[in-house]
Design a protein around this ligand. Sequence first.
Ligand SMILES: [Zn+2]
Length: 409
Amino acid sequence: MDTPADSSDVRRRNLALVLRHIAAHGPCARTELAAATGLVSASITALAAELIGSGLVREAGLASSGSRGRPRKLLELRAGRVQTVAVEVMPDRLAGAVCDLSGTVTWRGERVLAAPGDPRPVAEQIAGLVQEALEATATPGRTQVHTARLVLAVPGAVIEDDLIADSILLGWRRIDLAALVRAALPAGSCPVSVVNEANMAAFAEYHALASRTGTAPRAFAYLRVGPGIGGGLVVDGQIQTGGHGMAGEFGHIPVAFDGPACKCGDHGCLVTYLGLEALMRAAGLDPDLHDQDPERARADFDRRLRAGDPGPARALEAGARALATALTAVSRVADPEQVVLGGHLAAWSDWLVPTVLRHFAGRRAITPTDEPVLSTELLGRHATIVGALRHGCETVFNDPASVPSLTRP
Ligand SMILES: [Zn+2]
């Protein structure tokens, strides 16, 4: 239920409005901010002073007002005032990165996991990687950098209070990773968020597509096959997590009632047709190779496919029919204008997409205009970390008052 906004809520929202405009369109004059936001100029003056006080914005030169009037002072984003740290937790390793408020990446690092199945040592390794990142980016002269947030992207369902409800890939159930990492970091470290990794990839691909085409789809779906099948739904710019953190878990959409048994306990899930292990089985290749060395299995499948071996092509034909069925279900529920395919789906899109489009064509008689446009991912394997960094920056854009005022030297 909505509650009445008090004056501090209104101020925070207006600060967010002004900061977002400066970030997207700066350098810009206060008069331009007033026109763009609908706020009166006295409010813009006060809000700009507050943003300058917290170091998020600075004055950057003058713009001519034409023949009459004084030149106007311009405001621009001070991207280096804030940084966000993100760590992607994979079954065998960690990948970390740091970015400033403009999204510019200032550091990247990796660590091999020493004890992947055990959350506590993983949390300690995450804390170690974060400390390394903060030390590497703490250059002299940048002493007043505010670390806004640490975002942990994990392969699993995350429920609202940052608890990992379930991760088949990590073998974790009901793990409070944020609390474990906080305990391993020095006291007073930045806030920690835990998010689903495929949702972050979806968020990054959504923004990459929007900036390439100049328009953001209202509803957007991203579907990726990698070690598992995952994805995300973005509606009106917001990642949809659902009631249990399971929204966008496209891999477990049932596409056949009596299909193969799935690790989730159901039958006929999309992953049982389109997961790499299922594709290898359908292609007549040794599915054990997938367990031993998934990367070699993928490369073997790819090489045979491109060499014209009918087995992998046949497997992808069946996988594409399953994908078309799942995408039809997604379209009926969420009606995305754009569906982006990632991971193996992007690599093998030449084999998959024609079959999917043929399947869609069969429905055009009743739904001629509601097909989603299919395309392949723009960011590839960096999408998760880019999305997680962006998610961290969003917490500042949503609430610039969370950044403290600059202290005078
Ligand atoms: Zn399943």
